[in-house]
Structures are given as structure tokens and as C-alpha cells.
Design a protein. Structure first.
Length: 296
């Protein structure tokens, strides 16, 4: 009996010490990643941003290979978005890099799946936005993802299937910004599927033309139009937009009007609600993706 108890305590102690070693290793790698994450967003020269992005990606993968890394939060990487699914089945890392022309951005990302043994299952995301003129027209995979820096994930169900709605930010170009909303599911092999016929609304000059497999709100740079889930209302809340020039087709002129519309999950779709009352109109819904000066 004493021998069995001793062996049990020995195993528990060994597991505890191993977990402590893993955490210390992850903290050390996070310290190495912090200046790289900062440089991706803040270096003036594209080559320096590109080098930082490459080094950061390699370092992040190295960190995630540590056993049970899924439980570790990289809290100091403030320019890198980390969003856990509500059921903790996965998390998504996303970030963006300003391209050489200084007018466009490309998003980077990866999905880390939770595994029972703590090993790494990582799905890289490849931004195909630059290579398509029809981002709304199809279900996409991780190989031709429409890039965004995700700031929220919510989970819904329909017919015993899980649906994850992703909310993402995209600096887009010099005149306008975008917010994306799309539903992600997993196929029978565990591969992510981005988009689908999940949005029910009457199209207009502001909303994407139907059929839309993902939803986008494009607006004037720095206007900060809200698009996010409101748990008090149990709805997606979206700012009404109007054109400063009276032409809603000019996306770079669209600004919030001060009222709200939205979507409600009904019958396996997000159904448009024309007018809603926002309970707490909080615009702080994006990860901090502004260029930062000063100390790290």
C-alpha cells in the first residue's frame, strides 16, 4: 500500500515538474517573440517588417510544439490576436502586416486545436484576399482564407451541429477599413470550412450582394463602425452607415449614423434585424492594431 502511494506521489510530482519546465520554456520563448510582434506592426521599412514576421512565425510554431501549450496565454503579445472558441476546442492566432506599398495589408494566422495528449495540431491560414475579386462567393479552406484579425468568436448550434461565427478586422487600404463576419465549421476530417449560406438579409448598396457566403462591412478609414455580438441582446449588433457624399456605393465615404441594425440566429442562419436598440454601445471591439511608438 505504501509503495503504491509512493509511486503515485512520484508520478504526480514528475508531471508537476514537467509542467513547470514547459511553462518556463514558453515564457522564455514569449519574451523572444514580444519584440518581433511589435516590429511586425511598427518597423518603417517593409523588409524589416517581413523579417520580423518570418522570425515570429517560426518562434510561435516552436512555442506551440511545447506539450500542452494550448493552455498557455501569450498575454504580452498585444499586437497578436488570440481568440479561444467558447467551448475551448481551438484557438485562432491572427495578425497583419503592412505591405511594401504602405497602402495594403495582409493577414496571417493559424488555428491551434486542443488535443487530449497535449501534442500540437496546427492549421496554418493563407490569406488569398489579394488573389480574388469575389471574396463573398464561396466556402473557403485554410488554403484560400479571406484574411482578418479576429476580435471575437461566438458559438451557436443547429440540429446538434456547432457553428463558430468569427468577427474580424482588416485595415484593407489607405481609404477604407473592413470588418468581416463569417461562420466557420469543421468537416468530418476536422478541417475548417470558412463561410456558407448563413446570412439572410435584403441586399442594398452597403451590404454584400446575395448570395453572400460571408458578410463584410466596409467604411471610411478610422470611422470604427461597430460589428460585434452583444450578449445582453443575444444578437449581432451592426452600425447603420451613411455616406458623407450621399453615395453609398463609395465605401470610403461611409460613416456610422448613430443607430444600429443587426442579426439574430434563427433556424441555422443569421437573420437580419432592421432596427435594434443597443444596450451598451462600446466601440472597443478590435485588437490594438495601430502603429505604436515608444517603449515596448
Amino acid at each position: 500500500m505504501k509503495q503504491a502511494l509512493f509511486l503515485f506521489l512520484l508520478v504526480i510530482t514528475s508531471l508537476f515538474l514537467r509542467a513547470q519546465d514547459n511553462r518556463m520554456q514558453l515564457q522564455q520563448i514569449e519574451d523572444e517573440l514580444k519584440p518581433l510582434a511589435y516590429a511586425i506592426l511598427n518597423e518603417d521599412q517593409f523588409l524589416d517588417r517581413f523579417k520580423a514576421d518570418s522570425a515570429f512565425t517560426r518562434g510561435l510554431v516552436r512555442a506551440l510544439r511545447t506539450t500542452h501549450s494550448f493552455r498557455y496565454h501569450f498575454d504580452s503579445l498585444i499586437t497578436i490576436s488570440q481568440q479561444y472558441a467558447p467551448d475551448s476546442s481551438f484557438r485562432i492566432f491572427t495578425w497583419q502586416i503592412q505591405m511594401e506599398d504602405m497602402n495594403h495589408f495582409r493577414q496571417k494566422g493559424a488555428i491551434q486545436m486542443r488535443t487530449n495528449d497535449g501534442s500540437l495540431k496546427l492549421i496554418p491560414l493563407f490569406d488569398a484576399s489579394k488573389f480574388t475579386e469575389a471574396p463573398f462567393d464561396s466556402i473557403r479552406t485554410n488554403q484560400n482564407w479571406i484574411g482578418a484579425v479576429y476580435y471575437n468568436i461566438i458559438q451557436t448550434t443547429y440540429n446538434n451541429r456547432k457553428y463558430y461565427t468569427l468577427f474580424g478586422y482588416d485595415e484593407h487600404d489607405a481609404r477604407s477599413s473592413r470588418k468581416w463576419m463569417e461562420v466557420m465549421t469543421f468537416d468530418a476530417n476536422g478541417n475548417p470550412q470558412f463561410g456558407g449560406r448563413y446570412f439572410n438579409y435584403r441586399e442594398d448598396d452597403i451590404k454584400p450582394k446575395q448570395p453572400a457566403f460571408r458578410f463584410c462591412l466596409e467604411y471610411k478609414k478610422d470611422a470604427n463602425a461597430k460589428l460585434n455580438y452583444d450578449p445582453e441582446l443575444n444578437m449581432i449588433v451592426m452600425a447603420h452607415l451613411v455616406s458623407e457624399e450621399g453615395d453609398n456605393k463609395k465605401k470610403h465615404t461611409l460613416v456610422p449614423y448613430g443607430t444600429f441594425e443587426g442579426f439574430k440566429w434563427l433556424g441555422g442562419k443569421w437573420v437580419h434585424q432592421a432596427d435594434i436598440t443597443e444596450v451598451n454601445p462600446d466601440g472597443r471591439v478590435n485588437p490594438d492594431q495601430t502603429r505604436k511608438r515608444g517603449n515596448l
